[in-house]
Design a protein around this ligand. Structure first.
Ligand SMILES: N[C@@H](CCC(=O)N[C@@H](CS)C(=O)NCC(=O)O)C(=O)O
Length: 232
């Protein structure tokens, strides 16, 4: 049976990682039988990141490759019925969520002091208390540096919110009056967008970003529909 290795559930989501949740959605879309393998340590993963899907001796890292693997293995197309133009838009939405919105989420989680206090206990509660502060401050510093290198960490909180807001408005506009991004049925882009947006809305303490999302009734209703259709 397939096994998905990803971070444990956190803050109301089935995994702390939106990429882990995305992979779960893909497994559901494929109709696969699978089991959960929890890990909080990505260091031994093929690309030192989670999620990783395991099929016998084969390890498939990265949600994007997990998607391709599942579509091939189960002969399904997660964008079935989409035109070439819709597929192009889908690709752009996925990139926007994975490579831009996700980093706004990381900054909101890790760089906000109130959030960090909660997150430290939720993610690293298994580290002995005596060394937890030292170890986790080091990890936070690494995240801070990687967000600086990526670029999102160089923006102020207000600038990050403004950037995320533009993406969120693009997603809301694309959903429009439809149940999902491209119509009546969820597709791959919904499986990418909803987990990262839901993680922002489910921030452990209220932030400007989580307030922005939770105040957006149509968007929250959309997230509810994706969760109902695709979450395990
Ligand atoms: N492109 C990867 C991204 C996965 C990813 O960024 N995973 C994060 C958690 S959300 C991770 O494991 N980070 C560990 C690290 O950077 O050390 C995917 O789509 O699966």
């Amino acid at each position: 049976m397939l096994k998905l290795i990803t971070y444990p559930a956190a803050f109301g989501a089935p995994s702390a990682s939106p990429f882990g949740v995305k992979a779960m959605c893909f497994l559901k879309m494929a109709g696969a039988e699978w089991e959960m393998g929890r890990s909080s340590d990505p260091r031994k993963a093929p690309k030192a990141k989670l999620p990783v899907l395991i099929d016998g001796d084969v390890k498939i890292p990265d949600s994007e490759d997990i998607r391709s693997f599942l579509e091939q293995k189960y002969s399904v197309d997660f964008d079935e019925g989409l035109s070439a133009e819709q597929r192009a838009v889908s690709r752009a939405i996925i990139r926007m969520c994975d490579e831009h919105l996700y980093f706004a989420l990381v900054c909101d989680r890790w760089l906000n002091d109130a959030n960090w206090g909660v997150l430290r206990e939720e993610f690293f509660g298994m580290i002995p208390k005596l060394v937890r502060g030292f170890v986790t401050n080091k990890i936070r510093q690494q995240v801070r540096m990687s967000m600086h290198a990526q670029g999102m960490g160089r923006h102020s909180v207000a600038e990050r919110l403004a950037r995320a807001d533009m993406d969120i408005r693009a997603i809301t506009a694309l959903v429009g009056d439809k149940p999902f991004l491209f119509g009546e049925a969820p597709t791959a882009a919904d499986a990418s967008a909803a987990p990262v947006l839901a993680a922002m809305a489910g921030s452990p303490t209220e932030t400007l970003l989580s307030k922005r999302l939770n105040a957006d009734a149509p968007l929250m209703a959309y997230l509810g529909r994706v969760q109902g259709a695709l979450y395990p």
